[in-house]
Design a protein around this ligand. Structure first.
Ligand code: SF4
Length: 317
């Protein structure tokens, strides 16, 4: 069934779960995407420029999406058969990969948001139940507070829930994450999760170049009391087609980070500020930066040591 303003329908996939290279960013060994497309429509999102979308241009056009990259945020194809497929896959083939940095974890999701609406939340919940029944570790990553409706299953030693919370600035969020719930609502969701006893983490990504020390102080003063097990961080990267989308959306500060030098300078500037703020709060051990291999080495920072470095999160046996 097609929605009037957005293209919302279902789709089938051959395989419900994929082996992932996101262990380089210490996130997982497997990814499970409950949909393709994402109604949050973040202007900085890298997904529409990846092969996952680029290679499916014709197929998506046949489903009513005229330009899968430019129309990012306006279409969603929910994979509602994935939970059954996942159950069959895990029952048929229990072989499992577990790297040091991926820890055998399954992440929902890498190419869409698992809790962007009721439909995806329903599929996500069913997938989490299947994974837990098979003793798998689960990492949720979302911009939506909808996960708090699933606390009955998410409060579990084999589940960690992360919110993408780049900053606490609702105005900037409306510019760059037009379809996502506000950061202030995401913070409230994390507070609910902490109260319920849920394992939590945050992805402080991507920070905007307009944010500085005072913003980081305010951010950590709000987030650290929630006891996140790890804080992933990276600044905005506007050098690809997502940079063009941000400029087209009228986001003027993007021009501060469009050249390689501007981007690298901002990266290290924010990195040093964040280190300073976390050190003042005795919380530097929580920081897990996502360095980019394209960054030059400045100030003796060993960026290579951060690739494939296990997070400090503890998972039970
Ligand atoms: S929520 Fe995630 S997947 Fe969805 S548009 Fe934003 S960055 Fe992309």
């Amino acid at each position: 069934m097609i929605n009037q303003t957005k293209t919302i329908a279902t789709e089938q996939v051959v395989s419900p779960i994929s082996s992932s290279k996101l262990n380089k960013k210490s996130l997982c060994d497997y990814v499970l995407n409950v949909a393709s497309g994402c109604l949050h429509g973040c202007t900085f999102c890298y997904v529409p420029s990846t092969p996952v979308i680029r290679m499916r241009g014709k197929a998506l056009q046949e489903k009513g999406v005229s330009d899968p990259q430019l129309d990012w945020g306006d279409y969603l194809f929910v994979r509602d058969e994935v939970p059954e497929q996942l159950e069959a896959r895990l029952a048929r083939n229990p072989k499992w990969k577990e790297t040091a940095s991926g820890k055998g974890v399954v992440m929902l999701c890498s190419g869409t948001d698992p809790y962007q609406n009721g439909q995806t939340a329903k599929v996500t919940r069913a997938c989490v139940q299947v994974l837990l029944n098979h003793g798998k570790r689960v990492r949720i990553l979302t911009r939506s507070p909808l996960w708090t409706k699933d606390l009955d299953i998410l409060v579990h030693p084999n589940v960690t829930v992360g919110m993408s919370l780049p900053h606490l600035d609702d105005n900037i969020s409306r510019q760059v994450e037009p379809g996502a719930p506000l950061p202030s609502d995401r913070l409230k969701a994390l507070e609910m999760g902490k109260f319920a006893g849920c394992r939590l983490y945050v992805a402080m990504a991507p920070t905007a170049p307009v944010h500085g020390v005072e913003d980081f102080q305010r951010y950590f003063d709000a987030v650290l009391p929630l006891n996140p097990e790890v804080i992933f961080w990276e600044p905005i990267n506007a050098r690809g087609s997502n940079g063009k989308r941000m400029i087209d959306a009228g986001i003027d500060w993007v021009s501060q980070v469009t050249t390689q030098k501007q981007w690298a300078d901002n990266f290290y500037s924010q990195y040093n500020q964040i280190i300073q703020v976390l050190q003042e709060r005795s919380a530097i051990h929580l920081l897990h930066p996502w360095f980019d291999p394209a960054l030059p080495t400045i100030g003796g920072v060993d960026i290579n040591s951060w690739f494939y470095r296990p997070t400090i999160e503890q998972w039970g046996e």
